[in-house]
Ligand binder design. Structure first.
Ligand code: UD1
Length: 397
């Protein structure tokens, strides 16, 4: 079975790595990593492949940045060519970035050319050509599409990722969900329940795979900080960083928070561009207790998470990692597509106004109650492999 694993942007890499490793153990699976190139800087992409022990991508589309339509269109055009040449049986997309949507659209609409008989109409040899798709060949002349991290909804359609999630889920043939709310959202949208398989949270697999490595690093020492005394910031959502007034207000709040506890802030390229454009970079970099750095690779970043007191973020994945680790997470967003991190985990949705109050409470030692959601256990990739095997068996019936 020829499988394409689609990688595109930083949060995708820790989602495909465990699956790549699990599929490598399966003789029936021929897995190719397709990198769209949505993220391209060394420290936004390559270092993650190294950390996560993945080889160089088999196919690189080299797309780069652009507007939403440009990025989506460029990925679709480039990936359509790859699909026609390579003819995978299964395309696995992860998360909710523009490339997830683009590859799903291209794969769902492709029609593989029929196989011309080499020696006339009676020739059966082409049907036995192992380079051709084997799954559902009689009824479907395209690959199946599976979405890993399906069913998440913020119910906020101003977020580009929400649009990507809705369209991807409505097209995908197989929907691997991380938590019960994912199943419920899909069922409410009318998805056939036979398409939905709850597999758990794949990012926890990456974290567990590299736990020993992460725990031995203690990166906070490089910043002359003590364990459990500092906060860690990530900020890159357009709704937080693209608007000058919003970003200015947030910077002022973060500067106040840094007076309560030192803050390490690896700055995303989008955020850095905007901080410079709005003339905020110097003020932030010079603030007491604020430590700005370049984006940090997976293992070093997770080391900072493991040893911090709290996280301030607008990322999706970090809300989940902190819930798993029992670390307080303050999410600078009005909503989350990962509600289980709030109802069960350590996550609190914050505005700029109440952030300082929460930071104060955490630093005073107020306890955060939490439990780890079901199936967030480091074995999600194994459950996905079982789900794929089931797909093969069904197709052969
Ligand atoms: C994208 C995803 C977002 C995800 C985030 C993680 C979409 C709609 N958004 O947002 O869901 O949370 O990735 O980082 O797909 N840039 C670089 N080097 C890079 C990557 C980006 O300089 O390696 C700069 C470019 O100027 C680019 C900008 O950052 O235009 C934004 O990158 P883009 O991939 O368009 O969106 P993100 O904000 O990273």
């Amino acid at each position: 079975m020829k499988i394409h694993l689609i990688a595109a942007a930083r949060p995708n890499f820790m989602k495909i790595a465990p699956l790549y490793h699990a599929l490598q153990k399966e003789k029936w699976a021929h897995t190719l990593i397709v990198h769209t190139g949505q993220h391209y800087d060394l420290n936004m992409s390559d270092v993650f492949f190294q950390d996560l022990r993945m080889p160089e991508p088999d196919i690189h589309l080299g797309i780069g940045g652009g507007t939403h339509a440009e990025q989506t269109g460029k990925v679709m055009i480039a990936y359509e060519k790859v699909l026609l040449e390579n003819q995978p049986d299964l395309v696995i997309v992860v998360g909710d970035v523009n490339s997830t949507l683009a590859c799903t659209l291209a794969a769902s609409k492709i029609s593989y050319p029929s196989i011309p008989p080499r020696n006339g109409p009676d020739d059966q040899s082409a049907a036995h050509n192992t380079d051709r798709p084997v799954i559902k060949r009689k009824t479907l002349n395209r690959p199946l599409v599976a979405h890993l991290e399906a069913g998440l909804r913020s119910f906020d359609r101003t977020m580009p990722e929400e649009i990507n999630r809705i369209v991807t889920d409505s097209l995908a043939d197989l929907l691997w969900t991380p938590s019960p709310d994912g199943d419920e959202n899909l069922l409410r949208e009318g998805v056939d329940k036979r398409k939905i398989v709850r597999v758990g949270n794949i990012m926890i697999d990456s974290l567990e795979m590299l736990r020993d490595h992460i725990e031995n690093l203690h990166v906070h020492k490089d910043f002359s900080l003590d364990k459990n005394t500092y906060g860690l910031i990530t900020l890159h959502r357009p709704s937080n960083v693209d608007n000058q007034k919003k970003l200015t207000d947030l910077c002022e709040t973060l500067i106040r928070a840094a007076k309560i506890a030192p803050l390490v802030f690896p700055v995303h390229p989008r955020t850095k561009n905007n901080l410079s454009k709005f003339g905020l970079l110097k003020m932030l970099a010079g603030a007491d207790g604020m430590i700005l750095t370049e984006p940090i690779n997976y293992i070093r970043f997770m080391s900072l998470v493991f040893d911090c007191r709290f996280v301030i973020t607008d990322s999706g994945g970090i809300q989940e990692e902190t819930t798993y680790l029992g670390i307080p997470c303050l999410t600078l967003r009005p909503n989350t597509e990962r509600p289980v991190t709030v109802t069960q985990g350590t996550n609190k949705l914050c505005t700029g106004t109440n952030l300082i109050e929460y930071v104060g409470s955490i630093c005073r030692g107020d306890q955060v109650k939490y439990s780890i959601p079901e199936l967030w256990d480091g074995h999600t990739a194994d459950r996905i492999v079982i789900s794929i095997k089931k797909l093969i068996n069904e197709a052969m019936d």
